[in-house]
Ligand binder design. Sequence first.
Ligand code: SF4
Length: 408
Amino acid sequence: NPLRDDVAGPAPRHQTTQVMVGDVAVGGGAPIVVQSMTNTDTADVEGTIKQIAALARAGSEMVRITVDREEAAAAVPHIRDGIRKLGLTTPLIGDFHYIGHKLLAEYPACAEALDKYRINPGNVGFKNKRDTQFADIVEIAIRNNKAVRIGANWGSLDQELLTKLMDENAASANPRDVRAVTREAMVQSALLSAARAEEIGLPKTKMILSAKVSAVQDLIAVYQDLASRSDYAIHLGLTEAGMGSKGIVASSAALGILLQQGIGDTIRISLTPEPGGDRTREVQVAQELLQTMGFRTFVPLVAACPGCGRTTSTTFQELARSIQDFIRDEMPEWRSRYPGVENLNVAVMGCIVNGPGESKHANIGISLPGTGESPAAPVFVDGQKFRTLRGDTIAADFKALVIDYIEQ
Ligand code: SF4
């Protein structure tokens, strides 16, 4: 039955315990949070402040920075002060591996400046002599009233736990395949570490879990399992997603499916930047994923047709691109001046076939003339034909109409 309404829309959100990271709520029904991570040397205070500000202005609601050595730990409070001076309240997350316990103990101002600590249970375990490392970080988090993310990662999985599960599997009557056992090790690593942190005294309201994998099907299976076995707030991300379209497609496929199933309270799209590329791209992709799926709205959407043999001039592509870039550039200011502007829909279409129809569905849309059509571009506002643009200034004129529409 094509009219069935029980097949439309995402599953109800997986019920998780809400965690406050600074002043940003994660889980427990809060809007799905977009986060990102810097790739500057954290010891470079100025460079890191600049990148955090760029990520925050692009829409990153939390930003993670690596804290890998003493110089980085010493820089953290200055970075926090620097971004606050810019008027940004973005929570900062410290990414710790191996010596995180020492850095947090020896640099209390760093421990205080961060809003959340990320621990990798693969390299800060708790079953042997490293036990105190994990406990130390958790205790520092409790003392400073900070949140913790326990982030298991396929590439740095707890080897002791993995070996134990592999041995048990080999001895069992019906051994499972190696990938399934590795997935189970990922889930157990996160859950056992979370249980240990609770034992030490960190409440669930301070804990977020992740279990990142680089293969899409494994990632989906791991997170489905994690969600079905706990109610901790969940950070979603595909690790080592890759460069360019491969990273975007893999992340969107994996995260899109999980989000549709109600799983995920905060997301990071990990894209390998092109050399000299813009780090804010991952924020843009994360926002577009959430917005195209209907979970949140961040910036007005520009619907554009793909173009075809009916659009032989470059006018159509140029206008679609320039409108999209223009809107994105103006958004930081528009957001404060025009509440709700992010819900705007704009259409830029290439010819008469779908142009008028699609433009009527948008708040404001333009149907450019295709090959052989008369050189006129009708503009539609709220479903009605509003004006026809002609000549060499169509792009500038349409931009002006978009601004007028927003202002009104
Ligand atoms: Fe081609 Fe026109 Fe369809 Fe755009 S709207 S893809 S130009 S036929």
